[in-house]
Design a protein around this ligand. Structure first.
Ligand SMILES: Cc1cc2nc3c(=O)[nH]c(=O)nc-3n(C[C@H](O)[C@H](O)[C@H](O)COP(=O)(O)O)c2cc1C
Length: 277
């Protein structure tokens, strides 16, 4: 295991380790205005939702590593405590990357990156027409996390209004992850897509409490064939099932575990249990 003392490496190296490991990150495309009403648009992947009631989103523009200066988004938000946070799908990812260029404060990234402005209903900054979801936010607090190049500035925003493009909704009116087609930020120049191959479901009804891996029979728990993921699926049932009568030929332990693993992979956990008990 490589051990890294964070004080012994450069800010650039620290940035690389943190942002390449803490992945994937959602991307906020943040629209702000300064006190003269000039608009600015920039992406931030130090971003997430932190509360539902009140609805709180946070993001963090870090001070520029090269010269410890503040980003335009932070300067604007200090002047006008409002922002629009828009989500980024594959359609607009290249434009979003362009909007992250170091344009000067008097240049409007809406124009530079080819985005269209829509007037917001409660705040001054503009919505981004091309984004599938826009959140109108009031900025509640700005917390400086340090005074170095690379120090973050935590911006805590309260959502006032949500605008959702109807194209991303399913028949029940819920957001369909495949239609949303969200793009995520990984390390370096890598980005993540959302498609049939990159997403899957883990069914975990809140009403069900699994027996837990520690309650699995020793024979299963000590298997060299079943993985931690297989064990977790087996341990998600509420009690160990009873063996149903069958007339099949008895299998050796390895054979049983191999067959059970295949059944688990096909989503047939209860059939796997019948092989294992
Ligand atoms: C996808 C993406 C995510 C980014 N995330 C962040 C981030 O979380 N924090 C940050 O300070 N800069 C981030 N950047 C870099 C800023 O977007 C960039 O510094 C931009 O020029 C800041 O613009 P501003 O000075 O107009 O606010 C990101 C860039 C990209 C392309």
């Amino acid at each position: 295991m490589k051990e890294i003392d964070v004080n012994s490496i450069s800010t650039k190296e620290l940035y690389q380790y943190l942002t390449s490991s803490i992945t994937p990150r959602p991307i906020a495309l943040v629209s702000t205005v300064d006190k003269e009403g000039n608009s600015n648009l920039s992406p931030f992947s130090f971003f997430n939702v932190f509360s539902i009631k009140p609805p709180i989103l946070i993001f963090s523009p870090v001070n520029r590593v090269r010269d410890n200066t503040r980003k335009d988004t932070l300067n604007n938000i200090t002047q006008v405590k409002e922002c629009v946070i828009a989500l980024v799908n594959q359609n607009i990812a290249q434009q979003v990357s362009l909007a992250s260029s170091g344009y000067s404060a008097d240049e409007d990234e809406f124009k530079k990156a080819g985005f269209s402005k829509i007037k917001a209903t409660c705040i001054q900054p503009y919505l981004i027409k091309e984004s599938p979801v826009n959140f109108e936010c009031r900025v509640n607090t700005i917390t400086e996390l340090g005074d170095h190049g690379g120090s973050g500035n935590l911006i805590i925003c309260e959502v006032l209004k949500i605008h959702i493009n109807g194209n991303i909704l399913d028949e029940q009116g819920n957001i369909d992850p495949l239609k949303l087609d969200i793009v995520s930020r990984l390390g370096s120049n890598w980005y993540g897509k959302t498609n049939e191959n990159s997403i899957y479901k883990i069914i975990k009804p809140i009403s069900r409490i699994g027996i837990g891996i520690d309650n699995l029979p020793k024979d299963i728990l000590t298997s060299n064939i079943l993985s931690g993921s297989d064990l977790a699926i087996l341990a998600s049932i509420e009690s160990i099932p009873n063996k149903k009568n069958d007339n099949t030929i008895p299998l050796k332990r390895e054979e049983k575990h191999t067959l059970a693993k295949k059944l688990i992979a096909k989503g047939k956990a209860m059939e796997a249990w019948q092989i294992l008990i």
